[in-house]
Design a protein around this ligand. Sequence first.
Ligand code: SF4
Ligand code: SF4
Length: 98
Amino acid sequence: MNSDQEHYIQWQKKEEERWEALCGRCGACCGAFDKDPCVHLSRDELKKYYCTIYENCFGIKKTVNGNDIVCGSIRTILHSHWPGDDCCGYKKALKEKN
Ligand code: SF4
Ligand code: SF4
């Protein structure tokens, strides 16, 4: 691997970390604010939400009440609205940019 490729991989890694860090783990996009969250939504000791199947989360999942919930990239829903979305770090970043 030459130095250009190494720099590119490092840049990619930093960009991914920067993007991931925008998530405040409020759980809103997984149903935390509408009383019927995804069954894979959990909370850690700091009360922050996390996905128990994050690496393989995309697709149709079930909510705790047995309904379907479509899990996809946050990029695909940024221009829509969902309960509690005012706490979403990605939406805040998008708002600041525009
Ligand atoms: S599977 Fe998707 S919707 Fe369910 S908790 Fe994980 S990220 Fe959220
Ligand atoms: S609504 Fe936004 S900040 Fe909250 S968990 Fe989903 S992606 Fe993260």
